[in-house]
Ligand binder design. Structure first.
Ligand SMILES: NC(=O)c1ccc[n+]([C@@H]2O[C@H](COP(=O)([O-])OP(=O)(O)OC[C@H]3O[C@@H](n4cnc5c(N)ncnc54)[C@H](OP(=O)(O)O)[C@@H]3O)[C@@H](O)[C@H]2O)c1
Length: 240
């Protein structure tokens, strides 16, 4: 693998999924870059790891040139960003955290002018249904309410739509996978399944362990057949 392919930029690296992802990637021998608002989660031992490069900045405060320099040497970008689950996090600014970050990173990737396609993995939600997927009338109603009333839900949908519709599969710079976990829980890695469509309604969902989501992200980055299987798609990941 080239240096580019062995380098991963993780956004949301202090989060409940981002942090285990950073640790799994380092264990697999990847060079990892993170942009974090706080260093609290990172032990001194981790900070001394020569494979980890930490930028202690607020992601959306970085200008275009800083983002361009950050993504230039990374062959893989993973967003585990999510709104903080507080009133301020849900209803305050930045309302379009994930969309804004995804758009700005994609524009920065294009402006590197490096025509080796970078892998972009976006953590999303099973509550985001694709056109053509089976959705009952009551689900449609609840998803409509969520879209109108809960900004993070709209943000997740808009960020995935940007990759699916704007970046699409006709792009010289970026290939993407949008990963849709179900109800997230914290636990150790365990057997999990990856499927193309949500197997259940939003009312009787399944559990998705965050370490399993991180494991699947690592597999997408490391395993060419996994990437080939899921690129340009929105797989659903849940525990067996
Ligand atoms: N909860 C569920 O059951 C569920 C199910 C499916 C999908 N999801 C989606 O999965 C994603 C990740 O979930 P998670 O539980 O791993 O997230 P999480 O633990 O809440 O982590 C969120 C990450 O985003 C960062 N962040 C939040 N606001 C930010 C801002 N304004 N600027 C920069 N960074 C910011 C946080 O950084 P700080 O540490 O600095 O705050 C943290 O690193 C979310 O998009 C969520 O909607 C959730």
């Amino acid at each position: 693998m080239t240096n580019l392919a062995k380098t991963v930029l993780v956004l949301g690296a202090t989060g409940n999924t981002g942090f285990p992802l950073v640790k799994q990637l380092l264990t697999r021998g990847y060079s990892v870059r993170v942009v974090v608002r706080s260093l609290d989660k990172f032990s001194q031992e981790l900070l001394k790891n020569p494979k980890l490069k930490v930028m202690n900045e607020n992601l959306l405060d970085l200008n275009h040139e800083q983002l361009r320099q950050t993504v230039k040497d990374c062959g893989n970008i993973v967003s585990c960003l999510g709104h903080t689950m507080s009133l301020r996090g849900i209803f305050g600014e930045p309302r379009a955290l994930v969309l804004e970050a995804v758009k700005r990173i994609c524009i920065a990737i294009k402006d590197t002018n490096i025509k080796v396609k970078k892998k972009f993995l976006l953590m999303n939600t099973v509550g985001n249904r694709n056109p053509g997927e089976n959705v009952t009338t009551s689900e449609k109603f609840v998803l409509y309410l969520l879209r109108c009333l809960v900004p993070p839900h709209y943000d997740n949908e808009a960020a995935a739509a940007y990759l699916r519709d704007e970046i699409s599969s006709e792009n010289d710079f970026i290939e993407w996978v949008v990963i849709r976990p179900d109800s997230l829980i914290n636990d150790e890695i365990s057997p999990y399944e990856v499927v193309s469509f949500p197997p259940r309604t939003i009312f009787n969902g399944l559990k998705s362990t965050r370490s399993n989501v991180a494991h699947f992200m690592c597999e997408c980055i490391e395993n060419p057949s996994t990437w080939h299987r899921w690129k340009g798609k929105m797989p659903v990941v849940f525990d067996k």
